[in-house]
Design a protein around this ligand. Structure first.
Ligand code: SF4
Length: 195
């Protein structure tokens, strides 16, 4: 991690910008490496993440790790974070005010890491970052907004409730790293949509 990323991590840990700081056990900063060029963004920490202060370490995290490994990518080589860095009580969907309050941290992560592709996981993160609730239509597509490339997919937790979605997530992750290969090779990536 660079000094800038260390500063962002420290800022998240001491943040009191919204009331989720009052109910958290630990704030959950992003982790991983910016070297792969991919940033994964989920909704918010759950119980395991709140207890350990690390993102995607519960059941959904294990699914994410496996799907990455199946695509030949180590978890350590990507950066993983959430739109909201503190657990909402009972894992409720974060309020818009909480998403707005936490957006500055996500913006700092994006500005510092400058990922080639931002993989948005799940409808809540999709709405927070691109607006709307259109992940069903936009899933698995390349979306350009404000000079950044986004790739929405389902949240790994969806696979817990519907195991059939494992193949959807696996196919999306393979496609994502195929696109990354093209970006790395300097090829022009055709965007499917804009937001
Ligand atoms: Fe700060 Fe985000 Fe935690 Fe709210 S959710 S206290 S804005 S780090």
């Amino acid at each position: 991690m660079t000094d800038e990323m260390d500063s962002i991590t420290a800022a998240v840990r001491r943040c009191t910008r919204c009331s989720l700081c009052e109910t958290r056990t630990n704030a959950v900063p992003g982790v991983g490496s910016g070297k792969s060029g991919v940033m994964f963004v989920g909704e918010a920490p759950g119980r395991s993440e709140d207890l350990r202060g690390r993102p995607f370490v519960g059941k959904a995290g294990k699914i994410l790790t496996k799907v990455l490994e199946d695509a030949g990518v180590s978890r350590e080589s990507v950066y993983i974070t959430n739109t909201v860095k503190c657990r909402p009580p009972q894992n409720r969907v974060p309020h818009q005010s909480e998403r707005d309050a936490c957006r500055a941290h996500l913006d700092s992560e994006m500005r510092t890491l400058e990922p080639a592709i931002i993989c948005i996981m799940g409808n809540t993160a999709y709405g927070s970052i691109l607006g709307g609730t259109g992940i069903t239509d936009k899933r698995g597509k390349i979306i350009e907004k404000d000079g950044r490339i986004y790739f929405p997919t389902i949240h790994p937790a969806a696979v817990i409730y519907n195991p059939d979605l494992a193949t959807v997530l696996a196919a999306d992750i393979k496609k994502l790293f195929g696109i990354l290969g093209d970006v790395r090779a300097g090829k022009k990536v055709a965007c499917d949509d804009s937001a």
